[in-house]
Design a protein around this ligand. Structure first.
Ligand SMILES: Nc1ncnc2c1ncn2[C@@H]1O[C@H](COP(=O)(O)OP(=O)(O)O)[C@@H](O)[C@H]1O
Ligand SMILES: [Mg+2]
Length: 351
């Protein structure tokens, strides 16, 4: 029997991610987040063209395992998938796929060593699944401006991929958060343990505040966001407060803001569930988030802790290929099916 988790989100008062957001913003006025814009070409084609970003509060929780296998599942469903290792510090997605150290990586493209995107895309051996391996020399690549990240995604969406899957680094730096909020599906991987749940809330809060920064000028709520980011006595502390004040000040503006925020739904993936109770942690986290912040989160489902999953990583093979009937593989297939259903593609299109 598992010990029930306490799932209450802590106040953002002492939240380092919010403090660092405020600090970074004060330090870098040249990098304002431009208004939200949808990635180009979405919904215009019979097949979905979507960006999935896989993030999480810390390393070692299965982000790469989920990214790689979700890629395999969608490719097996007949879709062209481009996996991008955007972990600008701990890139190892290629290893999960058994691809040797690629000659060219994302950083070569970013630094313009390779002018063509095609030069850094490598096959994975799985039909329809290709990969852009991660930067090995993380640090210089890790300081992209918001607009550069937007441009990168736009370029990546210019390929023939139906799905772009971004395997993000751990934590709440702008590099991670920006890609996360630009995605159509922001998948937040969480383990059923209090520390991981706490990290997940911190990640979710950082993502929402960054999103707020994007829309603040549009809705005239700069003051409110500013005050939410500074954690002095008497100032706004939570997203809930920000929204409540927005409603009082400008109901029409607040309504637009809420719509905008509602269109950004974090989708939880609970990984390494060991008990039946663990399987419901996603629902509980989403319910607590809703209660405290008044915002919906989706629970995409749980993946059980599965020896086959780590054995497959050790063999450098996706568990979906190595052991397609294992609990981990079937759970990831279910998650892929849910994403396809959300995108209005319940059936696999003919390749
Ligand atoms: N569902 C699971 N069951 C068992 N082991 C898992 C599971 N998910 C991940 N792992 C193990 O955790 C390790 C870390 O996963 P990884 O995807 O590299 O994490 P991250 O990308 O978040 O740093 C993997 O090497 C694998 O051995
Ligand atoms: Mg990883």
């Amino acid at each position: 029997m598992g010990v029930p988790l306490k799932l209450v989100p802590r106040s953002s008062m002492s939240d380092p991610s919010l403090a660092s957001l405020a600090a970074a913003r004060a330090m870098d006025p040249t990098d304002p987040a431009p208004p939200v814009s949808r990635p180009p070409g979405l919904s215009r084609r019979p097949r979905p063209r979507r960006i999935i970003a896989v993030g999480g509060g810390k390393g070692g929780i299965g982000k790469s395992m989920v990214s790689a296998n979700l890629g395999v599942a969608l490719a097996q469903a007949g879709l062209n998938v481009l996996l991008v290792d955007a972990d600008l510090g701990g890139a190892n997605l290629h290893t999960c796929l058994g691809v040797g150290q690629p000659a060219a990586t994302l950083s070569d493209f970013l630094r313009k060593n390779k002018a063509q995107l095609e030069d850094v895309i490598v096959p994975t051996g799985v039909p329809r699944l290709s990969l852009i391996a991660g930067a090995q020399d993380a640090l210089d690549a890790a300081n992209l401006k918001y607009a550069q990240k937007q441009k990168l995604l736009k370029t990546l969406m210019g390929t023939s991929a139906d799905y772009l899957i971004l395997d993000l680094g751990a934590g709440t730096s702008f590099n991670t958060i920006d890609f996360f909020i630009m995605a159509d599906h922001g998948l937040l991987v969480v383990l059923p343990e209090p520390t991981s749940v706490e990290n997940a809330y911190r990640f979710a809060k950082a993502a929402f505040f960054r999103r707020l920064q994007q829309v603040e000028a549009q809705y005239g709520i700069q003051d409110m966001v500013e005050s939410a980011l500074t954690t002095r006595e008497g100032s706004l502390r939570t997203l809930h407060d920000v929204l409540a004040q927005a409603r009082r000040k400008d109901p029409a503006g607040a309504e637009k803001l809420e719509k905008e925020l509602a269109s950004f739904r974090i989708r939880l993936v609970v990984n390494q569930a060991r008990t039946d109770a663990d399987l419901n942690v996603g629902t509980a986290v989403a319910a607590a988030w809703k209660k405290f912040f008044g915002i919906e989160m989706d629970d995409l489902g749980a993946i059980r802790y599965d020896d086959e999953a780590w054995r497959a990583v050790r063999k450098r093979r996706p568990v979906l290929i190595e052991r397609p009937d294992s609990p981990a593989a079937t759970a990831i297939q279910r998650i892929a099916a849910r994403i396809l259903a959300l995108d209005g593609t319940p059936e696999a299109p003919s390749p």
